[in-house]
Design a protein around this ligand. Structure first.
Ligand code: HEM
Length: 446
């Protein structure tokens, strides 16, 4: 790491701190990291904070010297609230849970659930078809879909999407508040928030127990804390990515038509294959470009537990390194065509790196592209006038105020266009075309 970081002056430090208190904090920190990829250093009374995005820094902190760090700002604060699950635990407790979750999250095991994920996407599309002609906020819809995919992957009952989402809104608000204030305002001084946090935790415990029912507990969810961690890590990120993608797609009818053509390969009534999913070129490109532009995990933070030198800066235990996945790509426009043409690498840091990188990547990609293709084949999404997408960045970044779109059904609920209509004929032709293009299914049927 020959390049050195630059220490910010008092004015720039004050501006960065002020930006941290706002919902659009991601924009400011991403610009800061992009301007100086090897690092800008904030000197705070609590210690130093290095803001960076360069691959050398990423490799040093997340991969080569991962043992010198624990998770930092945000996740450290979430841990105080939701406890020691896989997302937040450290040391042996983390190792045991990571090993226990691995078998179900392997690509092969995830592929075995393809049929169930496609069915979950059709069920989600049924709900949208039923909202034909109405204005819909997709937030709870996406929470329910991603929680269903997670439940089917791990073999428990899907928890209630709305209750989980509302509870985690409270957890996320509290975690980011503690991160920004560095824990200077204890919860006992904020009785209303304390009551909201207690209620959210009661909901999460109840949903964790209700979902498991009679399912035997494994080390990955030895306690409710393990389940809460899985819920949070496993639904919020994919749901936020799809919320951004849907917001972009609502402005682009032609792109939705491309996805709809691909979605015909996942029609109900035929067994989906891994090859079908691999052939969803536009759905993969939309997912990938959304991750590049709006990575849900917008901040990967680490707190030093041993002395280290990063970009020439001597770090002491307690100092933090903040890595910004969104700063690795300078282009700020949504243009999935580039990924289709093979131009520009996918976001290198969207799923993290090193021993704590995302173990759910295979599930995330599969459920993401399947939802995009299936939903586009069943409904059209229209942008609501004068409703721009702005980020609300807490533990993850999601569109502030949700993704609100006008929904028009392309098919009847159940997935079929009314018989004899032009839509039905097009759907039949698409299915026949897809079968000719993929005559030899190679994946494992669910
Ligand atoms: C688009 C969707 C997703 C994105 C962008 C994403 C991104 C990430 C990133 C960047 C990390 C590393 C955080 C860090 O190093 O501090 C992470 C960790 C994690 N992710 Fe994902 N994730 C996604 C979906 C999922 C899914 C579907 C699961 C399902 C179980 C999952 C489970 C986890 C867990 C358990 C961790 C913590 C791992 C550990 O600390 O050992 N993620 N994710």
């Amino acid at each position: 790491m020959a390049e050195t970081a630059r220490t910010l002056g008092p004015g720039a430090t004050a501006r960065a701190l002020l930006a941290l208190t706002r919902g659009d904090r991601v924009e400011h920190l991403t610009r800061l990291a992009a301007a100086r990829p090897h690092g800008s250093v904030l000197r705070l009374p609590t210690g130093r904070v290095v803001v960076a995005c360069h691959p050398d820094v990423v490799k040093h902190v997340l991969v080569e010297h991962a043992d010198r760090y624990i998770k930092g700002m945000g996740q450290l604060h979430a841990r105080e609230i939701i406890g020691d699950g896989l997302l937040t635990a450290e040391g042996p407790a983390w190792q045991r849970q990571r090993a226990a979750a691995r078998p179900q999250l392997r690509a092969r095991a995830v592929q075995d659930r393809l049929g169930q994920v496609v069915e979950a996407a059709h069920e989600a599309a049924d709900r949208l078809c039923a909202a034909d002609g109405r204005r819909v906020d997709l937030t709870v819809h996406l929470a329910s879909y991603t929680l269903t995919c997670l439940a089917r992957t791990f073999g428990f009952d899907p928890p209630d999407g709305r209750r989980i989402h509302e509870a985690f809104e409270v957890v996320q608000d509290e975690a980011i508040f503690r991160a920004v204030t560095q824990g200077a305002v204890p919860l006992r001084w904020r009785p209303r928030r304390a009551a909201a946090v207690a209620a959210a935790l009661r909901t999460l415990h109840a949903e964790a127990r209700g979902s498991l029912g009679g399912t035997p507990r494994t080390e990955a969810w030895a306690g409710d804390e393990g389940m809460m961690s899985l819920f949070l890590a496993g639904y919020e990120t994919t749901a936020s990515t799809l919320a951004w993608a849907a917001g972009f797609l609502a402005h682009d009818a032609a792109l939705q038509d491309r996805l709809a053509d691909e979605g015909a390969r996942l029609d109900r009534g035929r067994t989906p294959t891994v090859a079908d999913v691999a052939s969803l070129t536009w759905a993969h490109a939309v997912f990938q470009d959304t991750l590049r532009l709006r990575p849900p995990v917008w901040l990967i933070s680490r707190r030093a537990v041993a002395a280290d030198v990063v970009s020439g800066v001597r770090l002491r235990p307690g100092d933090e390194v903040l890595l910004l996945p969104g700063a690795t790509s300078p282009d700020r426009s949504f243009e999935p065509g580039r990924a289709v043409r093979g131009e520009g690498p996918p976001s290198p840091l969207a799923f993290g790196a090193g021993p704590r990188s995302c173990p759910g990547v295979a599930l995330a990609v599969m459920e993401g592209v399947v939802w995009l293709a299936v939903v586009a084949s069943r409904v059209r999404l229209h942008a609501v006038p004068d409703r721009a997408l702005h980020p609300l960045a807490r533990m993850s970044q999601a569109p502030a105020g949700g993704t609100v779109v006008d929904v028009r059904a392309r098919t009847a609920p159940g997935g079929t266009a009314p018989a004899g209509t032009a839509q039905a004929r097009t759907a039949q032709a698409r299915t026949a075309q897809a079968r000719t293009a993929h005559p030899h299914p190679t994946g494992s049927p669910a």
